[in-house]
Design a protein around this ligand. Structure first.
Ligand code: PGA
Length: 249
């Protein structure tokens, strides 16, 4: 059984004060829940204060990005070891905003995945097709190609030790969600690609998940959780989505 996981990607939002407040509220209300894991991804500059606010709460912390380099003259970059040092357990790798806005190739994403695991972090590999690719019937080819690029560098077993988030690019931040059937179909394809070693790999769906559509998405057999952007910025709404995951799994 894959671990049910609910992840909140805060992207580039919030002040030190608002981030700490949101974390404290989540931490206070999450404490009793043992049947799913919650993780939040604050902006890197707030990781430390959010980690302090979450001590003892059971809510894990992650980073939105890392560099593939270990150390050295890489001005502005943050290494996996530095994130691990701050208390991060997870790190997002290859989010579509990184791929499209910051030019991250499949190769770079694979290097980041390897660097994350080498430092003991659990990478959440984000994959997904654009609207045009979906319309051209290329969804599964794109998604499996993105995963294959990481398998080539990291090996299948190591990819299966991570988490994969299927996030159709056309559904991110648009209010448009993949239907539960569309999402399930891709998740099933990913599960098949991973084969037996992937039986326990958590496969998350992301892209405009909210409290109205969470239940149906999480009710699909190969959807083990969610990567939530906009709807994770408000504690009650995010906790409600998490509750729906617990009820479905
Ligand atoms: P969204 O973002 O929920 O706001 O669509 C999801 C993501 O980018 O991870």
């Amino acid at each position: 059984m894959a671990n049910p996981l609910i992840a909140g990607n805060w992207k580039m939002h919030g002040t030190a004060e608002s981030a700490t407040q949101l974390a404290s509220q989540l931490g206070r209300q999450w404490m009793a829940k043992g049947s799913a894991e919650m993780v939040v991804f604050p902006p890197a500059v707030h990781i430390s204060s959010v980690a302090s606010a979450l001590v003892g709460s059971g809510v894990a912390i992650g980073a939105q990005n890392l560099t593939q380099h270990h150390n050295g003259a890489f001005t502005g970059e943050i290494s996996a070891a530095m994130l691990s040092d701050l208390g991060c357990k997870y790190v997002l790798v290859g989010h579509s905003e990184r791929r499209t806005l910051f030019g991250e190739s499949n190769g770079t994403v694979a290097e980041k995945f390897v660097a994350a695991q080498a430092a003991g972090l659990i990478p959440i590999l984000c994959v997904g097709e654009t609207l045009q690719q979906r319309q051209q019937g290329q969804t599964m080819a794109v998604v499996s190609g993105q995963i294959s690029a990481v398998i080539e560098q990291a090996g299948l077993d190591r990819v299966c030790d991570g988490v994969i988030a299927y996030e159709p690019v056309w559904a991110i931040g648009t209010g448009e969600t993949a239907s539960p059937q569309q999402a399930q179909q891709v998740h099933k394809g990913i599960r098949a690609q991973l084969g037996a070693p992937g039986i326990n790999t958590s496969l998350l769906y992301g892209g405009s998940v909210n409290s109205d559509n969470a239940s149906q998405l999480f009710g699909q057999p190969d959807i083990d959780g969610g990567l939530v952007g906009g709807a994770s910025l408000e504690a009650d709404g995010f906790l409600n989505i998490a509750q729906q995951l617990i009820e479905q799994k």
